[in-house]
Design a protein around this ligand. Sequence first.
Ligand code: ZN
Length: 285
Amino acid sequence: MKVTRLSDKPKHRRQPPFTVKTVTQISQHLCILTGALALPLSGCKTTQSSVDNRGEVYVAGASQRGNGSTAAPRPPAAAGYAPKESYSKVQTSLPFVALTFDDGPHPSNTPRLLDILKARDVKATFFVVGTNVKRYPNIMRRIIAEGHEIGNHTVSHGNMTKMSSAQIERELTTAHQSIQAATGVAPRIMRPPYGAITSSQKSWIKQKWGYPSIMWSVDPQDWKKPGASVVTSRLVNGAKPGGILLVHDIHSPSIDAMPGTIDQILRKGLQFVTVSQLIALDGKG
Ligand SMILES: [Zn+2]
């Protein structure tokens, strides 16, 4: 099992702000992101239809409208979205990062986090656990209503490297269906609990569900509760273009760390997008 723990490495010096150099570059960013969202934007060279051949419309967070199917569905390709099997970061020099929250939703911490994100107009990605999805459907609906992305984090949060294919199939399909039932939106990405997954499992999961396995580039180890200021400094120091930041929204001190973390990362010149939006930037810029 390979787990990236950049936070264990010596701290980097604060990076200079990432600046957008030209109007053309800004325009390219917007075209790429609106492509991921399947939204038309005048001036973009290739704005493709947001409606696939079943009439399904892709929405913010790059998730997919439910089609009522109970089988493990494989999302069709959308404009600007051609995921690889796995990402721990995205290859881009464009000034975007994805903030991800695992293991929720939590009845008090997740709504508090959503308030913090809303006040800053920041979009994030939530890798939710199936048992919590069933417990807190209203929070799930709020996450989607406020423009965030939801990813599959299995039902029982077990170690997939110790599971049979049949067990994994049950875990991912049941969680997928619970998310879709609660929100009307099907997840398009998954994160293995503990980051524990084999390369053959990644291939199989991508083939069967269409999910890329989403790892991370910055792990502040917030679950060890090192204190809000430590979590903030680890995330801020680790945040670089294309980065995927790991946090757990079931821990109150992790939520305490978010206002400072978000504000400092924004001051570095980075902006927040959802994981699927970040994937759409892979290899661009
Ligand atoms: Zn987890």
